[in-house]
Design a protein around this ligand. Structure first.
Ligand SMILES: [Zn+2]
Ligand SMILES: [Zn+2]
Length: 108
């Protein structure tokens, strides 16, 4: 998870490449992975894969009648997806990024 830190050294925003000077705030995602807080719009959506959502969907498809897939790109649920499917077209965003719940479980 990201932490917000005050930079001790100059760095570069991994997102937009802006120079981040020592003493400014940055989000820190681990060694060498820093992102500025003000140098660019935060366009990054929350991670599309929500663990609880994936687990709930997988449980449905294993024990219930559900066949819910989840789009990796936008996080939307989609019905009628085989549990082990991957790369199906998303009805919400059009990306070929919908995977079956069981497939997604491996990525948590
Ligand atoms: Zn930036
Ligand atoms: Zn989508």
């Amino acid at each position: 998870m990201a932490r917000t830190i005050t930079l001790k050294y100059d760095g570069t925003c991994r997102d937009c490449g802006a120079e981040l000077l020592a003493g400014t705030l940055a989000r820190y995602y681990g060694r060498g992975r820093i992102y500025g807080t003000e140098c660019h719009e935060d366009t990054r959506p929350d991670p599309a894969l929500n663990a609880d959502h994936v687990i709930a969907a997988a449980r449905e498809s294993t024990f219930g009648l559900g066949s819910e897939g989840i789009c990796r790109a936008c996080g939307e649920s989609q019905d009628g997806v085989e549990p082990d499917a991957s790369g199906c077209e998303c009805e919400a965003c059009g990306a070929h990024a919908v995977c079956g719940a069981e497939e997604l479980l491996f990525e948590l």
